[in-house]
Design a protein around this ligand. Structure first.
Ligand SMILES: NC(=O)c1ccc[n+]([C@@H]2O[C@H](COP(=O)([O-])OP(=O)(O)OC[C@H]3O[C@@H](n4cnc5c(N)ncnc54)[C@H](O)[C@@H]3O)[C@@H](O)[C@H]2O)c1
Length: 384
């Protein structure tokens, strides 16, 4: 049994996702557990090189987490063949350019979603990666959420009978920043010119969730909205928030399932979780949140009577049974990292590649077009 080192150049680690989910919850957690086990019994130990523009910030993170390697020189990092993997969790707008440089330098690449801010760029990346024969991948974290894993098990067991519809609610109130609590998301998310907008941000998630769990997305109708038009940024300065901050989208899926997803940063939560998916089928229904999943079979379905003259006597929430309440799942970002590392080091199967990432960008672009043109649009097959 041998342990090999895998050098990973990491960009965007001073940001929310890069620091919390990718560095701390994934790479450092993998290091702490002794690396990633391969099928042949060998182990791989990731060795991060943190790259950032601000030496003070990036060195502070390295120091805080006991990481020996950091730099502000991306070119030098890309030139060193000892670091085989490049990872990017910087802002969406920068991604395509950073990945292009990394692929051209011969790195295997892994990145946050969306893989680019336009479909043309996303496809160019997927083609370049294929041409250069580098391994490549995109984060599809929602597939690893415990709630959705439980929903998948119900689907595989035939629990739903014929699946009819999926209704998803995503969102929470993102504070404007001009009163009370500070905004909890970066200001670029709310500026069109900086790659913001909830349609680009969320439809790329909904693409792989729908494709993978409920049926391939065949058509989309999307109504965006820019509900809140002034926000206050990280430095306390008011700015024009001109990007879509809510999207009300309907999808037709292969097999006839109708899916509707509401995504909003302007909604107050009165539901089980920050995202919930309700699936209704002829034989049963289920509602999954981030971690929990509740189901109701056809036999347990109540028969309420509509009567506006009396307050509702049924407690609908108590009529659902929790699925696997005690099951333990590892952090989804970490699980996906482990799979990617096995793919890079041992050719293990991997399906979350840049082409799959491009499908997400395709759906986001079609969603924006549908909103602009006020019409349904078919989703064509993606040709590489
Ligand atoms: N998978 C998910 O659930 C999920 C959730 C949130 C965000 N994201 C994605 O993660 C990415 C980062 O989002 P975030 O919320 O962490 O953003 P953030 O603003 O917190 O972090 C952005 C990072 O990019 C760096 N950066 C900004 N401008 C740069 C430049 N010009 N050159 C080099 N680096 C630069 C920042 O220093 C920071 O490290 C986005 O693409 C977003 O779509 C994914």
């Amino acid at each position: 049994m041998a342990t090999r080192r895998l050098g990973i150049v990491m960009v965007g680690v001073t940001g929310r996702m890069g620091l919390n989910q990718h560095l701390v919850r994934s790479i450092l957690a993998i290091r702490a557990q002794g690396g990633v086990a391969l099928a042949n019994g060998d182990r791989v130990m990731p060795d991060p090189l943190l790259v950032g523009r601000n030496a003070e910030k990036v060195s502070a993170i390295a120091k805080q987490h006991g990481i020996g390697r950091w730099t502000t020189d991306l070119d030098q990092a890309l030139a060193d063949p000892q670091d085989e993997v490049f990872f990017d969790a910087a802002t969406t707008q920068l991604r395509a350019e950073l990945l292009t440089r990394a692929i051209n330098a011969g790195k295997h690449v892994y990145c946050e979603k969306p893989v680019a801010d336009t479909l043309a760029k996303a496809l160019a990346l997927a083609r370049l990666a294929a041409k250069k024969k580098v391994k490549n991948g995109v984060v599809q974290d929602k597939l690893f959420l415990p709630g959705l894993c439980k929903l998948r098990k119900l689907r595989d067991s035939g629990f739903f009978g014929r699946m009819l519809s999926v209704r998803g609610e995503f969102g929470y109130w993102v504070f404007e920043g001009d009163w009370g609590p500070p905004a909890q998301r970066p200001s670029w998310n709310y500026k069109k010119a900086e790659g913001g907008g909830i349609i680009l941000d969320m439809l790329c998630h909904w693409r792989y969730v729908l494709d993978d769990l409920f049926g391939k997305v065949k058509a989309v109708s999307c109504l965006g909205a820019n509900h809140i038009t002034t926000r206050v940024d990280e430095d306390g300065r008011p700015y024009e928030a001109d990007a879509d901050d809510a999207a009300y989208a309907t999808f037709q899926l292969e097999g006839g399932v109708v899916a509707h997803m509401n995504s909003s940063w302007c909604v107050r939560v009165r539901r089980d979780d920050l995202v919930t998916f309700q699936v209704d089928g002829t034989h049963g229904s289920a509602v999954a949140g981030l971690t929990r999943c509740f189901a109701q079979s056809r036999e347990k379905t109540p028969r309420p009577v509509w009567n506006p003259d009396v307050p509702q006597a049924m407690d609908f929430f108590s009529q659902w049974e929790e699925i696997e309440p005690n099951a333990a799942y590892d952090n989804g970002f970490k699980v996906q990292w482990e799979n990617f590392i096995r793919h890079v080091c041992a050719d293990a199967p991997w399906r979350h590649d840049l082409r799959e990432g491009a499908k997400g960008v395709q759906l986001a672009e079609l969603g924006l077009q549908s909103w602009r043109e006020r019409r349904w649009l078919d989703v064509p097959e993606l040709e590489l």
